[in-house]
Design a protein. Structure first.
Length: 83
């Protein structure tokens, strides 16, 4: 990929990741190409995770209480995996 990671939007990275998954699922990719695609997919997946973390840090929840509207940092809800 010729563009730097900071220039790739989340949406573009997801789109590229979906194309890679589709190619790998088709089974018509030579082994060496499949490995390259897998590595690129892992890189894109990491990039998406980083971008999501950056956005979560920027989001503030507005909570209306007795003192009026206050701001709190965004706290994502962690799903219970049944462990």
């Amino acid at each position: 990929m010729s563009t730097s990671e900071t220039e790739v939007s989340f949406e573009m990275a997801i789109e590229q990741l979906e194309r890679i998954v589709s190619q790998l699922e088709s089974g018509d990719v030579p082994l060496e190409k499949a490995i390259e695609l897998y590595q690129e997919g892992v890189r894109l997946s990491h990039l998406c995770g980083v971008k999501l973390e950056q956005v979560e840090k920027k989001i503030e929840m507005l909570v209306e209480g007795e003192a009026g509207v206050t701001r709190k940092p965004f706290q994502p809800v962690l799903e219970d995996k049944g462990n």
